[in-house]
Design a protein around this ligand. Structure first.
Ligand code: FMN
Length: 222
């Protein structure tokens, strides 16, 4: 797929066919993505690819934790508050997405079902967890991991695959590490659901908007 076309075609896929992605294809995707840039070429990333029974167990436990109301304990904390501008965009996202799924923001039961689906990686057959060393105290590492994560999402398109970058999958990292046998020296930054999109699902018809260029760019000296 041509580069600009791929960047515009990539979107979060929130529902998958059960067909697993082969180990060979995932290896090819990561093999390309590892060419992403990183500060001083530190490459502060490592990948744990989940599938089969391991992923099923992870999905079960994440759902149980969520249902039990367990306090999330991510390795990298999420902002407890956001600037109003960003909050507005977040609210706009769910206000557009939920009606497409057949419910409103106020429908707690349906929202809970949706969160459970999120904890199941939207039924993706595979998940790539991106990790960094626990003793890395470098916020640039997160920036670098953003670059490699986007690259994975783009390369996946070349294989007819969809992805959803998911913070939800790293909300309870201790149980994920335990089930997947990931050493405690690795901090989980983000999860990427990956699989063949189920295009019949309403969630996958959704296209999130973007701010117009003139709101984002200030031209200085030109
Ligand atoms: C760091 C990060 C965390 C995200 N976490 C989630 C998540 O937990 N659940 C989810 O449904 N989408 C998640 N997303 C996807 C975003 O909601 C999505 O990228 C955004 O709405 C733009 O839509 P698009 O990916 O379809 O272009 C995440 C994206 C990023 C970059």
């Amino acid at each position: 797929m041509e580069l600009v076309e791929a960047i515009k075609a990539r979107k979060s896929i929130r529902g998958y066919k059960p067909t697993p992605v082969t180990r060979d294809i995932i290896a090819q995707i990561i093999d390309v993505a590892r060419w992403a840039p990183s500060g001083s070429n530190t490459q502060p990333w490592e990948f744990f690819v989940l599938g089969g029974e391991v992923l099923e167990k992870v999905k079960d436990v994440l759902q149980q934790k969520f249902l039990a109301g367990a306090e999330p304990n991510p390795d990298f904390s999420m902002a407890s508050s956001q600037p109003a501008l960003y909050r507005e965009r977040r609210v706009a996202l769910v206000s557009a997405l939920y009606p497409l799924l057949g419910f409103s923001r106020g429908d707690r039961e349906k929202r809970q079902e949706w969160y459970l689906k999120m904890m199941r990686a939207f039924d993706a057959p595979n998940v790539i967890l991106v990790a960094t060393e626990a003793d890395s105290n470098d916020s640039w590492a997160l920036f670098n991991i953003g670059a490699v994560t986007q690259t994975i999402a783009l390369v996946a398109l070349e294989f007819g695959l969809g992805t959803c970058i998911e913070g939800a999958l790293v909300q309870y990292p201790d149980v994920v590490r335990e089930i997947a046998g990931i050493p405690s020296s690795k901090r989980l930054v983000i999860g990427i659901a990956i699989g063949y999109p189920d295009w019949d699902l309403p969630a996958n018809q959704f296209r999130s908007p973007r701010e117009p260029l003139d709101k984002l760019v200030t031209w200085c000296g030109l």
